[in-house]
Design a protein around this ligand. Sequence first.
Ligand SMILES: Cc1cc2nc3c(=O)[nH]c(=O)nc-3n(C[C@H](O)[C@H](O)[C@H](O)COP(=O)(O)OP(=O)(O)OC[C@H]3O[C@@H](n4cnc5c(N)ncnc54)[C@H](O)[C@@H]3O)c2cc1C
Length: 511
Amino acid sequence: MTDPNDDMKASIDYIVIGAGTAGSVLAARLSEDPHTSVLLVEAGSAEKLPAMAVPFRWPELMATTANWGDSTSVQSFSGTSVPAPRGRAVGGSSSTNGLTFVRGHRASYDAWVDQGAKGWGFDDLLPYFQRSETTEGRDPDVRGTGGPLTVGPTAQPSPVVVFALDAAADLGYETARDISSGVETGFGLADSNIKDGQRQSASDAYLDEETLARPNLRMVTDATVQRILVTDGVAVGVEYLLDGETTRVDAACEIILTAGAIGSAHLLLASGIGPAHHLREVGIDVILDLPGVGQNLHDHPMSTVLYEATAPLPHEPHNPMGQAVGLIETVHAEAGPNLQILVIAAPMRAATLPGPENGYAVAFSAITPFSRGRVRLASASMAVGPLIDPNYLGDERDVAVMEAGLEIAKQIGESAAMSEWRGEEVQPGPTVQDKSSVRDYLGRSLLVYFHYAGTCRVGTDEMAVVDLDLRVRGIDALRVADASIMPSPVSANTNATVYAIAERAADLIRL
Ligand SMILES: Cc1cc2nc3c(=O)[nH]c(=O)nc-3n(C[C@H](O)[C@H](O)[C@H](O)COP(=O)(O)OP(=O)(O)OC[C@H]3O[C@@H](n4cnc5c(N)ncnc54)[C@H](O)[C@@H]3O)c2cc1C
């Protein structure tokens, strides 16, 4: 078959692997220079599925071709395997996610600097957060006013969300003016990536028709990179599989890995870059013994208190599900707020738990968890998915934060402010009161956020995978610039942070 990039192959400067949140940003920013040629390689399709556009329909996307379809290994805390969806489409996970667009509290980025990631603190990232977004009516010193993403709070939030915010205020929590900003704590309406009632993915925002028409930018889709090719310590090219044929493409300048925290670790390992003993175990030639690859995997555990509503809740498919966020400190807080409350205008719960059709949920998450897991290879073949073990609630401190979260979520749910809409508390229900039944419920109700990060972390120590400029330590001309590089969890849903990481990476590469 004809390769759509034949005309460019002879002169590609940068190959960007993965057209997700970070890859879309990098391909767009690097190709702004007409003298630079960029090839963007994406495993998923360019086709937009109808459910992608409609904010409320994101859970449906997990059962489509736009999901890689992995599950975690059995988690020691819950005794169950948990679905591990990640986007496989142009736009990546930003084409399938829940659309909440919030920065973590500044303390969770400053914690990265404390771990050796100089240059990656909140103030360092602030111009890049701003560059990515356009918001209105906010403090322009903190928020962006001219970026590709259109973000803002839900214009007409669900009544249960409005009353939940009243409930939080009645309970004495601060009301934030802009909880998505990274500089406030308390409760407020969260921003989301919705433009004219439709999802705005990274590709919608950054890879519009005009950008894709640039003669120096090519995107090849349905093409899964199998290997990064390294010669004498320099990354020189990639091999991708498209319609059963393997194609090799070389890069004159650099290869930039933006395949997400699972995909980037998977591809480095499959290319022989990772912990040598593990690579040998699966029969891969070791190109570089880099022990941190695939380690330090983190995600946010989540669970809900679920209520039946007393009357049919207005259903607005163009609104996000999670509309309000609380960001507060509770037990074991080390780097600022460590508990997120998310008010969800839908009866969200673990798939195995019964619940009402018409209801709502107050979710809670240990948003700076201590638990760390890892990504490993199940096979030397890229056709076999990786072993994903986020180790949810593996650290007892995270369990304690979740216990505190359950209590606060219930206080909000049981408040006078919610009484008009509150029907039965369906989950966890009245029988879950003592410590052991709460612990049991945290396992049964484990939902998780799909905010995988950390598997190629930035830093200067032996377990860091990339240096402070995101170069893979020990290999020239290869960088990682996606959610993988986060040293520790940010106290928020991850997408906004990935945009800022990628924007900063573009500047570092263009230096
Ligand atoms: C179901 C779901 C709901 C979420 N909800 C939210 C939310 O509401 N708010 C929020 O802030 N965050 C949310 N997230 C997380 C957020 O979307 C991610 O953190 C962010 O998109 C990660 O960006 P990334 O660039 O690191 O990876 P991705 O956006 O996942 O991009 C990686 C891309 O690389 C491609 N790829 C992988 N391997 C290869 C290969 N070998 N060859 C070629 N291409 C490859 C993938 O197909 C994908 O397109 C959610 C995630 C999921 C999955």
